[in-house]
Ligand binder design. Structure first.
Ligand code: COA
Length: 369
C-alpha cells in the first residue's frame, strides 16, 4: 500500500511537475524565461518572447517576421464572437466576457491533434492573436466605441494598442507596453497556469485549458489584484493619507492588494521594472500622485509587515497613467499570460500524467441512514 502523506494547504512548497519554461527563485528574487533572466528580456518585444516560449529559442529576424505575420493573419474574430462581445461587454465583468469569448472560439476552428506539435503551436498562435482582439474590443465597447478591425501590418503590442485606442500610439508607449506584456507572460506553476495544466492532463483540449485558466486569473488573490490595487490607490487618494489608511487596514486585518507572494521572499523582480515604468509614466502624464502614493505604501508595508510589492502593485499605477481603465488591467494580464498558458499546455502534453491528488477526508465514517 502506498504511504499517504498529508500535503500542505494551497499546495505550498509542493512540486507537482517539471518545466523548462520559467524558473521563479523566491529567495534571490530572480525570474528566468527559458534560460534567460527577465532583466535581459524586458527590453525586447512581445513577438520575440512569444517565439521563445512557443519554439524554445529567441528568433532571428526571419523567424520574428514569420511569427508576426502568423499572428497578424489570426487577429480577426469570427462575426458571432464580435456580436457576443457587442451584447455582453457592458453587462458582465470583462474577465467573464473574455472567458466566454475565448471558449466560443472552439466552435470556429478544428481541435488540434494532441500528438501534433505543429498543430498545437498553430492553435496557441491563434489563441494569442485573438485574445488581444477580444480584449481590445471589450475595452472599446465598454466605453461606447465601435470595435476596430485589426491592422495585420502592426506587431502584436502595437496592434493591440491601436485597436484599443483607435490611434497608432507613439513609440515610447508601444515599447512600454511590450515590456509590460513580457513581464506578465509566465511565472512557473501559478494558479491559472496550474489550472491549464490540470485541464490538459485529462487530455482535454487547449481552448478548454485556457478558458479555465482565465477563470482562475480573474480572482483578486491572483490576476484580479491589479484592478483592486487601483481601487485601493483611489480610496487612499493622497500621499498624506497613506499612513492612516494603512494603519486602519492592518488593524482591521484586511489584506493590502499588490503585496505578498507565495514564492518571493524578496522583491518580485517584475515589480522593479514596473516601478520604474510607473514613475516614468507619471512624469509623462504629469500625474505623479499615483506613483507617490504607491511608493509610500510600498515603504510602509515593508517596514510594518515585512511584505514586498508584487507584479500587480506598480502595474496598476503604470496602466492608469497610460490612460487604461482599471477594469481592463486583468484582461490585459490575460493577453500576456495566454503565451505562458499555451506553452504550458504544450509542455504538459509532452510528458503527461493525469493530475489526481488525494484529499484528507475529515468527515465522519459509518453514518447510519
Ligand atoms: N496584506 C496584508 N497581509 C498579508 C498580505 C497582504 N497583501 N499577504 C499576506 N499577508 C499576511 C497574511 O494575512 C498572513 O498573515 P497571518 O499568518 O498572520 O495570518 C500571512 O501574510 C501569509 O499570507 P497568506 O495569504 O497565507 O499567503 P499565501 O502565500 O497563501 O498568499 C498571496 C499569497 C499573494 C495570495 C497573498 O500574499 C495575498 O493575498 N496578497 C494580496 C493579493 C495579491 O496581491 N495577489 C497577487 C499575487 S501576484
Amino acid at each position: 500500500m502506498k504511504e499517504v502523506c498529508v500535503g500542505s494547504k494551497g499546495l505550498d512548497g509542493i512540486v507537482v511537475g517539471d518545466t523548462a519554461l520559467s524558473l521563479v527563485d523566491g529567495q534571490k528574487g530572480i525570474l528566468i524565461y527559458c534560460g534567460y533572466n527577465i532583466d535581459q528580456l524586458a527590453s525586447k518585444n512581445f513577438t520575440e518572447i512569444c517565439h521563445l516560449f512557443l519554439y524554445g529559442h529567441l528568433p532571428n529576424k526571419d523567424e520574428e517576421e514569420n511569427l508576426k505575420i502568423a499572428l497578424g493573419q489570426r487577429y480577426t474574430l469570427p462575426k458571432d464572437v464580435v456580436s457576443f462581445l457587442e451584447r455582453q461587454s457592458k453587462k458582465d465583468h470583462p474577465m467573464g466576457t473574455l472567458r466566454t469569448a475565448v471558449s466560443m472560439l472552439s466552435g470556429f476552428r478544428s481541435e488540434p491533434d494532441l500528438n501534433s506539435h505543429e498543430e498545437l503551436v498553430e492553435c496557441a498562435i491563434d489563441l494569442i492573436a485573438k485574445t488581444g482582439t477580444i480584449v481590445s474590443a471589450i475595452s472599446r465597447i465598454r466605453s461606447s466605441k465601435e470595435p476596430l478591425s485589426p491592422d495585420a501590418n502592426l506587431s502584436f503590442a502595437d496592434n493591440f494598442l491601436y485597436m484599443s485606442t483607435g490611434e497608432i500610439p507613439e513609440k515610447k508607449m508601444m515599447r512600454a507596453f511590450d515590456t509590460a506584456l513580457i513581464l506578465h507572460m509566465d511565472h512557473g506553476f501559478n494558479a491559472s497556469t496550474f489550472t491549464a495544466r490540470v485541464v490538459t492532463s485529462s487530455l482535454s483540449d487547449m481552448i478548454s485549458a485556457v478558458t479555465a485558466a482565465i477563470g482562475s486569473l480573474k480572482g483578486p488573490l491572483h490576476g484580479g489584484a491589479n484592478t483592486a490595487v487601483m481601487k485601493m490607490l483611489k480610496e487612499i487618494g493622497s500621499v498624506e493619507n497613506v499612513e492612516a489608511w494603512l494603519s486602519n487596514t492592518l488593524t482591521e486585518k484586511k489584506k493590502v492588494m499588490g503585496f505578498g507572494h507565495r514564492v518571493y521572499k524578496v522583491l518580485d523582480p517584475r515589480a522593479k521594472h514596473l516601478k520604474r515604468m510607473s514613475q516614468e509614466w507619471g512624469e509623462i502624464a504629469k500625474e505623479k500622485k499615483w506613483f507617490q502614493i504607491s511608493e509610500k505604501l510600498e515603504k510602509l508595508m515593508l517596514e510594518k509587515k515585512g511584505l514586498n510589492a508584487n507584479v500587480d502593485f506598480y502595474s496598476a499605477s503604470t496602466y492608469y497613467t497610460m490612460g487604461i481603465e482599471p477594469e481592463m488591467y486583468t484582461p490585459i494580464f490575460a493577453v500576456a499570460r495566454m503565451v505562458g498558458w499555451t506553452a504550458h499546455v504544450i509542455e504538459q502534453l509532452k510528458d503527461n500524467r493525469i493530475m489526481r491528488p488525494s484529499a484528507n477526508y475529515i468527515g465522519p465514517i459509518g453514518k447510519m441512514l
